[in-house]
Design a protein around this ligand. Structure first.
Ligand SMILES: NC(=O)c1ccc[n+]([C@@H]2O[C@H](COP(=O)([O-])OP(=O)(O)OC[C@H]3O[C@@H](n4cnc5c(N)ncnc54)[C@H](O)[C@@H]3O)[C@@H](O)[C@H]2O)c1
Length: 269
């Protein structure tokens, strides 16, 4: 197994792409910590995960024979992140892999966007990545090994109208990853990014509902840029990219990104 004995934290891992990454890593032997907000965010027009949902996901990992821990953690909050990392160290004694996956979005034009709406998205994606790295990297540096994988998006490589806050955050993740890569390379720590195209998770279902779209119309719209329509990019496709970056199969990939978008960004938008 590729991740035997490793301990992985997945932020926003209670469902969707994060849970798929957790499952893929658990299949290869990793013990898993799911750190998820498990409560709704005022400016986000769809529901976040619930404590019950997180408990169910933890149970699924345990049923695979791995150790698993669910921690309620809002990655926007320094005390939550500090406490989450403390709990992981007390329980497992080390952290080998950090997946910065927690994310959400609202759909608002910049000319209409209030500060709270901007902050909710920037703080979840970008400040959340900073805070998780801020508290996890000292442990990885002390053990002289580690692997950080952050989830950006096609929205980190191009613009989406009504998603200015999301695109700014996702572009920021790619930049922050490059800077972190420079700081940690000498400590035997790698840092990379995965950029999904459209994946039909609760986030996209919530955005479709916000626009009043049925599933078929939403998929026609949101998957439009994908050159390969069948199969759709699934959470497991994102999970497998994360697993590859987390394993030694990608040992010389550093400060870089993998785009899992069925060709979307290869063509003019
Ligand atoms: N679904 C897509 O099409 C798509 C495309 C590109 C990138 N992504 C990215 O993939 C990641 C996962 O999204 P998803 O599609 O699985 O959506 P999702 O809504 O199914 O999962 C997101 C998870 O993050 C959690 N979360 C939200 N805010 C949090 C916070 N402040 N602290 C901790 N946890 C928080 C939610 O409770 C939820 O469990 C996100 O970073 C998202 O931007 C998704």
């Amino acid at each position: 197994m590729k991740l035997e004995g490793k301990v992985a934290i997945v932020s926003g891992g209670a469902r969707g792409n994060g849970f798929a990454a957790a499952k893929c890593m658990a299949e290869e032997g990793a013990d898993i910590v799911i750190a998820d907000i498990c409560e709704d965010v005022a400016t986000i027009p769809y529901k976040m995960s619930t404590p019950e949902g997180m408990a169910e996901s933890v149970g699924k990992i345990e049923s695979m024979g791995r150790r698993a821990l669910g921690i309620k953690c809002d990655v926007r909050k320094v005390a939550d992140v500090e406490n989450m990392v403390k709990q992981v160290m007390e329980t497992f004694g080390k952290i080998d892999i950090l997946v910065n996956n927690a994310g959400n979005s609202s759909m608002v034009a910049i000319a209409d966007m209030d500060e709270e709406t901007w902050d909710a998205v920037l703080d979840t994606h970008l400040k959340g990545m900073y805070l998780c790295c801020r508290y996890v990297l000292p442990h990885m540096i002390a053990q002289q090994s580690g692997n950080v994988i952050s989830i950006s998006s096609v929205g980190g490589q191009r613009g989406f109208g009504m998603g200015g806050h999301y695109c700014a955050a996702k572009h920021g993740i790619i930049g922050l990853n490059k800077a972190i890569a420079m700081e940690v390379a000498d400590h035997n720590i790698r840092a990379n990014v995965v950029c999904p195209g459209t994946v039909w998770t609760d986030m996209m279902k919530g955005i479709a509902e916000f626009f009043g779209m049925e599933e078929e119309e939403a998929k026609d719209n949101f998957f439009q840029g994908h050159m390969i329509k069948d199969p759709e990019v699934s959470p497991e496709d994102i999970g497998r990219a994360v697993l590859w970056l987390a394993s030694d199969d990608s040992r010389c990939i550093h400060g870089n990104m993998i785009t899992v978008d069925s060709g979307w960004t290869a063509q003019a938008p």
